[in-house]
Design a protein around this ligand. Sequence first.
Ligand SMILES: *Cc1c(COP(=O)(O)O)cnc(C)c1O
Length: 433
Amino acid sequence: MSGSTESQGGFLSRRGFFRWASSLAAALGAAPLASSAKTLSLSTASSDGEDYYAKLGVPTIINAAGTYTTLTAACMPPEVLAAVQKAALHPVRLHDLQQKAGEYIARRLKCEGAVVTSGASGAISLATAACLQYANNSNILDMPQAVEGMKNQVIVQRAHRYEYDRAMYLCGARVTEVVTLDDYRRACGAGNAVMTNFFNAAEDEDGIAASAQIGREEWLRVAHEYKIPCHLDAAADMPPISNLWKYTGMGFDLVAFSGGKGMRGPQNAGLLLGRKILTDLAHANNNPGDGIGRGMKVAKEQIVGMVAAVDWVLSHTEESMQGDYQKRVDLIANEVKGIRSVRTETVVPKIANHVPHLLIRFDPAVAGVTTGQIVDALRNGTPSIELNPNTGQKPNQGIPADANTLVVGVWMLQPGEDAIVGQRIRAALTKRA
Ligand SMILES: *Cc1c(COP(=O)(O)O)cnc(C)c1O
């Protein structure tokens, strides 16, 4: 541990030492090292740590929205949190941890290679860096500068263009946009493509492109005829749990998942899964080397947290996971039952956020309150509740809402919060809040 933050005058203060020693003891499940630690400590913090949200004046919220990044996405389950806490107590050799964590995750998720990244966006950057090196058969670490004049195109369908294209630009890659199968073949044949990117949620599960013309199978087949590696962005696409091996099993060379969404690992973690030759190159560009991944640092706590999150996910079945979310939906639906004009239904988006969401439809003329007023009442109450942002919106992302529909995302609720959300929505709909 560094003396500089905890010490005064260059040595570790007694207070700092005892706090460290007793937290170590607590983490190891032992009795406090010395009872004098308590009397010596001037801290008013409880042994499980100071509440810095309260200290900083940042209100906590009930997340009835979903895995939104701005709402800090998921909270880690107790098993994952405990693993993170234990990992925080000991330094290790970072390369060893990255290597072993990758091998363990690859084994559990049935692929050749895996990298714990800083998130799905970080995974897309490392995938691009790996594919740039692979295609150019060179060890370029000076991205994006050294990529100029080399093969640098990533082929993407127009309907799959999105904000995460920037995670590829960052490496010096550029996007070749295609619409038709002919466009795609021409782009593949041009000889300057290093990778293709497929935005998984842009296509529905039946393999019928929503607005794109080329489905997953055909996309893969054509790229592989030209020996171009295919990356798939499945960031928000677990559950179903089997998606964690489905797409690598189909033949996608690299697949990215967010760690802090449905997987409930640390928010600043993610996975890049796929062919070992490419995940090895991703490792080579990752921190703490000085490649493009240097600023996407993943600390030992997040690496262990991601591994523990994989174990946590795999300790569930599809049915146990979805059944638990459905129970929350049912509890909240039951709470608003009988309110005049209110109808409820459950929807499960096909890809991305594939979990039960509760729709509460009502008639503002009968209820005497509008969607906007309910959203405000929930947000401004205590504790503050955030509903799913599809509330009051047109159908979007598999959620058929409208102006007079509340959308409740239940999967990020903490134990007991479903009842609070139900009561507060009932109060808002009956104008008691
Ligand atoms: C959330 C998301 C990302 C980014 O994931 P992070 O883990 O936050 O970096 C990338 N792509 C898609 C489709 C996403 O939904």
